[in-house]
Design a protein around this ligand. Structure first.
Ligand code: TXA
Ligand code: MG
Length: 357
């Protein structure tokens, strides 16, 4: 990322301009890009990923002239967009604004809005700049799989399906951008990410966050965040999430693991640096997401851990919930979706005075 060969970038930019597909690193996850102005190329993104046709794409820009080309907004929405762009771009925030007709309907699946992001990753920026067109890009995974945070993940899912894969090393953030809708009647976080609602509220006066545990429909009964209705981010293994306080939590998980082993399943544990010691005796793949206190570290490890369980042939993953706040909401959102929408709450045993025992 710090030693970019501009000849390679020029080659990839040509591929984009000629309607091809290029996988490239961003600070969040790898993207699978095509010219946002070429509807045939955009259709090929859906094919390469096996993506449902009603899940819109994010348009990536590298300067504010491109922003003008892809959005059609003025007045208060324009004000808000400018303020948020100034505060968080380039970076892991996608803004949903009104779509300019220059962006083909295929990008947004016919919605009158468009998701826009100005990534900070130097390779992503160099590629968009050299291509001279905004790049529409979903995450570069096969639909339903965990998003790719390393080139090896992209190679695994996309080799043979795209024209070029750029190896830019590991992505820092590790979970996809925060998606923030500024085009609706109320501004709303549709997908949590590294930029938190709290941070957004330091720039805009009011906004809320969709409760991603529930389906959310607009007035026409269409989902407000189309991407949220699909089971996602899932490894081949079944994922089970447990929430509670240690040591009860770990003891409960260990009992569940014994059950699974008795039934012949191979098991994996997704623990934290603080809890991994409880699973020393487990005969399976035990991984740490990072420190309980460092949600950014958890986010950057999450998808790699999920993919490692698959590589190691794990049938069932037992994951500890992580604390909310910071990037913790994004981590829990992705884990929850990988688990198909369920969390087991482990009751905490207390003594007669209410202390955890
Ligand atoms: O960090 C990221 O955002 C990565 C990198 C490559 O930039 N991209 C990414 O794209 O995660 P994708 O396609 O995997 O997720 C896009 C999300 C989906 O949940 C989609 O429903 C939502 O953004 N989205 C896109 N356009 C939208 C729109 N016009 N209205 C509502 N939601 C939209
Ligand atoms: Mg995705």
């Amino acid at each position: 990322r710090n030693n970019i060969d501009m000849k390679d970038i020029a080659y990839c930019a040509d591929v984009i301009r000629n309607g091809g597909l290029v996988c490239f690193p961003t600070e969040t996850v790898y993207g699978l890009g095509a010219s946002a102005f070429n509807s045939e190329a955009v259709k090929n993104i859906y094919k390469a990923k096996g993506r449902p046709a009603d899940n819109p794409l994010i348009v990536h820009i590298s300067d504010y002239k491109m922003l003008e080309l892809v959005t059609d907004c003025d007045g208060e929405q324009r004000n808000v967009l400018n303020k948020l762009a100034e505060a968080f771009w380039p970076g892991p925030l996608t803004l949903i604004s009104h779509r300019d007709d220059a962006v083909p309907a295929e990008v947004s699946c016919g919605l009158d809005t468009v998701g826009i992001r100005f990534p900070s990753h130097p390779i992503a920026r160099a590629l968009i700049e050299a291509a001279g067109v905004p790049i529409a890009a979903p995450s570069a995974n096969l639909s339903g799989k965990p998003s790719p945070t390393r080139a090896e993940h992209v190679i695994e899912d996309m080799m043979g399906r795209v024209d070029v894969i750029i190896d830019g090393g590991n992505c820092d953030v590790g979970v996809e951008s925060t998606v923030f809708d500024i085009a609706g009647t109320k501004m709303s976080v549709l997908r949590p990410g590294a930029v938190t609602l709290e941070q957004l509220l330091s720039v805009v006066n009011t906004a809320d966050e969709l409760d991603w545990m529930k389906p959310h429909m607009d007035s026409d009964e269409k989902p407000r965040s189309p991407g949220l209705k699909y089971r996602h981010y899932a490894p081949n293994a079944t994922v089970n999430i447990y929430d509670g306080v240690r040591p009860n939590l770990s003891n409960y998980i260990i009992e569940e693991i014994k059950n699974a082993k008795r039934q012949g399943f191979s098991v994996g544990v997704l623990a934290t640096d603080e809890s991994i010691c409880y699973y020393k005796e487990v005969d399976g793949v035990v991984l740490s997401l990072g420190s309980l206190e460092d949600s950014l570290q958890q986010a950057s490890n999450l998808f790699h851990c999920l993919r490692r369980f698959d590589d190691m042939g794990v049938d069932m993953v037992f994951a500890e919930a992580v604390p909310k706040g910071g990037a913790g909401d994004a981590v829990m959102n992705r884990l929850y979706r990988a688990a198909g929408g369920k969390i087991v709450t482990v009751e905490t045993a207390r003594d007669s005075e209410g202390h955890i025992c």
